[in-house]
Design a binder for this molecule. Structure first.
Ligand code: ATP
Ligand code: MG
Length: 274
């Protein structure tokens, strides 16, 4: 691998950044990322020597054993936490905190219980002080996309788990984030709702084209959704393999029964076990 000479870029060093990454349309780039948690008991190396690259508009899934640092990595990309070593960049700038360019969907339901579905979706737009007519158009668009137009005035407690997650996704997308970060968003859903949500997400991605980084424990889910799967190992956490997913662009549920799908699943499983 070729590395570029140390140079300044938007005030950040890009030392060590591979030339290939600079030529390609790279959105997020991490090099030798380290995360050490310190406590009275001592230090814990959650991530070490982690290299990571996500192209603009790509759909990347991250899989790996529990505790390997998937959420830690995602939180750092969101700017909610920071590496203790290495470089982590978005659009050639070091990540120094959260930003409107990134939206996050968590595993647990994080809707505001005192707000209706429409108010939850429009939350970020209100923060931006967007005009009411304009934000209403966006809210309508996403209510339609997630099939909850009739529930616009319902409160989260009146919704099922799948419905709540649809609203959480709509809320993240309503702000038009360039990057959508998702931490096991469908982990708590039943298999049927999960499949529907996967179809919906892939559909939304095809239309809106955000860059998606999606963490999951479910290998089938990763193969179905991703264009590339990053496989992590634990102790310390790092990416051990990047598996491209050459499945048709249009993903339909029947794909899960094809030999190509089985083959990919087998490869990813073998890598995780290995
Ligand atoms: N705030 C913290 N303080 C100390 N250790 C932490 C902290 N957050 C995470 N860790 C440790 O870092 C490691 C990685 O945690 P992380 O939550 O990123 O794993 P994960 O891959 O998302 O796991 P899971 O699949 O179970 O969600 C774990 O061993 C965890 O105990
Ligand atoms: Mg996690």
């Amino acid at each position: 691998m070729f590395f570029k000479r140390r140079e300044k870029n938007n005030g950040c060093s890009t030392a060590g950044r591979p030339i290939s990454a600079q030529l390609a349309n790279v959105k997020i780039w991490g090099h030798q990322i380290e995360k050490v948690y310190s406590s009275k008991k001592g230090e814990y190396h959650a991530l070490e020597g982690l290299d990571f690259e996500v192209l603009d508009n790509d759909f990347v899934c991250i899989v790996g054993p529990s505790g390997c640092g998937k959420s830690t990595l995602l939180r750092m990309i969101a700017g909610l936490d920071f590496p203790t070593g290495g470089v982590l960049m978005i659009d050639n700038r070091e990540i120094t905190g959260p930003g409107a360019d990134r939206g996050m969907v968590f595993q647990t339901y994080t809707l505001f219980p005192w707000m209706t579905v429409a108010e939850n979706i429009g939350y970020g737009l209100r923060l931006k002080r967007m005009k009411k007519e304009e934000s209403e158009k966006i809210i309508q668009k996403y209510l339609k996309a997630i099939g909850l137009e009739k529930f616009r005035d319902a409160y989260p407690k009146e919704l099922s788990g799948g419905m709540k997650q649809r609203v959480a996704i709509a809320r993240a997308l309503a702000n038009s984030p360039e990057v959508l970060l998702m931490d096991e968003p469908f982990g708590a859903l039943d298999p049927q709702t999960k499949s529907q949500m996967q179809l919906l997400l892939r559909e939304i991605w095809q239309v809106e084209k955000p860059t998606v980084i999606f963490v999951t424990h479910d290998i089938d889910e990763a193969v179905f959704l991703a264009n590339k799967i990053c496989i992590m190992s634990a102790n310390p956490g790092k990416i051990i393999k990047e598996q491209p997913v050459h499945l048709p662009y249009e993903r339909i549920l029947e794909l899960k029964d094809t030999p190509e799908f089985f083959e990919l699943r087998k490869k990813v499983n073998a890598c995780i076990k290995g």
